[in-house]
Design a protein around this ligand. Structure first.
Ligand code: MCA
Ligand code: AMP
Length: 497
């Protein structure tokens, strides 16, 4: 008998629909059955995977949930892999996590045959097969369950490890705060190698006995049509998606626009997060649909921390107050403690929703905590009882379309280009993406480089969303007296151009 919280919840939801597919629906019981078969397949003759890291390279649908739960029920640590990663990026995760087996859909495995073979990973077929009774291990809640790779202030992404207990705490906090019920239906168009899609959408829905509808990717027209047809009660997305929705609504004829706007207006709750929602987008969406988007703040390492209220006023430009079970404080180096009211400080978080550590990086883990509080690196003020995020302490973290990108990782890749002698990557403010990746480069003598050529070259090395959208060749990079590139001055160069 297993002790996994999410599996125990699924047992109580039985024949309710969990995943609404284009050709068929899948119940919670189906997911349990499929995951038990996969767990047995993974265990083979072993009683317990004992924390083996197992990669998941599966399309975001019922098969993904079966794979995730299958790894969990076998006692493994699930490592959902990006479906956009290049061979090099995938290779980094596989090697860093020590992954030797990947549950993979055949088409995804075929298109990544090289990096999978390079690390010697064996493929496990996620497709359902005839069940054969096997005793699955009892997996304690304090065992590590999940590892998600996140970019930070290091050149390479780090693995963020969370336990079953931590994941349950993250889910329970959101289910309570946002009043999830078994009657909820939510679309899924966000990737499942990050917690916005994996925890906030999929895991909360399954925990509550609700359902999600996988849409594979975000395409405004079918999403708008489905909302107009009342197929959903809840909607969660990154700010870029609300910008895209507003553009698509504007382009509709008046009758279709009214129908769509009324559909959005009838949703029980519309949530934005992963990056700052511009106040103008909040206002335009409210004017177009009557929905006051609920903005919240979170991070891979801590789950969701702050949220505007479910009931009561949702303030544009603000992210509200701590979620249930989450302790949040502002911390100021200058004051050696909490800053005076109205003054900025770093957001620090404590509680059951906080991760266990970075995979095999004890020093980085230790450096990210102070007195048991996790240091987010995000700076905020509290105004009239609501947090407002001012920015990040690191200039090397860029948020583009909700993805967290490391300027250092992009710089390291660009320096391999034969025409580039030096480079500095920064995020520039952008109405659609929040921030846009921009590269200032010093070219080698006689070399030339266009943005298109750089993007084309970079496709084998970086995920498409990390590729620069602006390029500027400069004679020298601005540096301080210590010789370090001054990123604000680099940003100013682009602004001046
Ligand atoms: C796609 N492109 C991007 C991005 N996404 N460029 C910059 N930034 C991006 N985020 C590129 C594509 O590769 C393509 O380039 C071009 O833009 C147009 O692509 P398009 O098809 O229009 O874009 P899309 O595929 O529709 O993607 C847009 C998206 C996606 C749906 C907004 O970026 C997305 O799913 N973002 C959410 C990521 C997420 O879940 N973040 C949460 C992390 P080309 O034409 O050259 O190929 S978790 C987190 O942040 C914390 C915990 C939290 O608080 O939630
Ligand atoms: P990730 O590492 O991908 O989990 O991204 C976490 C980061 O996203 C946070 O540290 C913030 O910088 C940013 N973030 C998430 N939600 C918001 C929000 N509502 N407003 C501003 N920044 C946000």
């Amino acid at each position: 008998m297993t002790d996994l919280p999410i599996v125990a919840r699924a047992l109580t939801h039985g024949d309710a629909v969990a995943v609404r597919g284009p050709t068929r629906d899948h119940t919670h019981a189906d997911l349990l059955a499929r995951s038990a078969v996969l767990a047995a397949r993974l265990c083979g003759s072993r009683p317990d995977l004992d924390g083996e890291r197992v990669g998941i390279l599966v399309h975001p649908d019922a098969g993904f949930v079966a794979a995730l739960w299958g790894v969990w029920r076998a006692g493994g640590i699930a490592v959902p892999l990006s479906l956009h990663a290049t061979a090099d990026e995938l290779g980094h995760v596989l090697a860093d996590a020590g992954i030797t087996r990947v549950v993979a859909d055949a088409d995804l495995a075929a298109s990544r045959a090289e990096p999978l073979a390079a690390c010697g990973a064996a493929l496990v077929d996620p497709r359902p097969a005839a069940a054969h009774p096997t005793a699955l291990p009892a997996v304690a809640r304090d065992r590590p369950a999940l590892m998600l790779y996140t970019s930070g202030t290091t050149a390479r992404p780090k693995g963020v490890v969370t336990t079953h207990r931590c994941i349950a705490a993250q889910i329970e906090s959101l289910v309570a705060a946002w009043r999830w019920t078994a009657a909820d239906r939510i679309p899924l168009f966000l990737p499942l190698h990050h917690i916005h899609g994996l925890i906030n959408v999929v895991s909360c829905a399954l925990w509550a006995g609700a359902s999600f509808t996988p849409l594979n990717r975000f395409d405004p027209a079918p999403v708008i049509e489905a909302v107009a047809a009342d197929r959903f009660t809840l909607f969660m997305a990154v700010p870029t998606i609300y910008v895209r929705l507003l553009e698509a609504l504007d382009a509709l004829d008046p009758e279709a626009r009214l129908r769509a706007a009324e559909g959005f207006g009838r949703l029980r709750l519309v949530v934005s997060g992963s990056a700052a929602l511009p106040a103008g987008v909040f206002a335009r969406f409210a004017a177009a649909t009557g929905q006051w988007i609920l903005e919240r703040y979170g991070m891979t390492e801590i789950g969701m921390a702050l949220s505007n209220p479910y009931d009561g006023q949702r303030r544009p430009g603000h992210v509200g107050l701590p979620l249930p079970g989450v302790e949040v404080r502002l911390w100021s180096e200058a004051h050696g403690g909490s800053p005076p009211p109205g003054e900025p400080g770093e957001i620090q978080v404590r509680g059951a929703t906080v991760f266990s550590g970075y995979w095999s990086q004890p020093e980085a883990t230790a450096a990210s905590f102070v007195d048991g509080w996790f240091r987010t690196g995000d700076v905020a003020v509290i105004e009239e009882g609501s947090y407002r995020i001012l920015g990040r302490s690191s200039v090397d973290i860029i948020k583009s379309g909700g993805y967290k990108l490391s300027a250092l990782e992009i710089e390291a890749a660009l320096l391999d280009h034969p025409a580039i002698a030096e480079c500095a990557v920064v995020g520039l403010p952008d109405d659609t993406w929040g921030e846009m990746v921009a590269a200032a480069v010093v070219l080698r003598p006689g070399a030339t480089l266009t943005l298109d050529a750089l993007r084309g070259w970079g496709r084998d090395r970086l995920s498409p969303y990390k590729l620069p959208r602006r390029l500027m060749a400069v004679a020298t990079l601005p540096r301080n007296a210590m010789g370090k590139v001054t990123k604000p001055a680099v940003r100013a160069l682009f602004a001046a151009a």
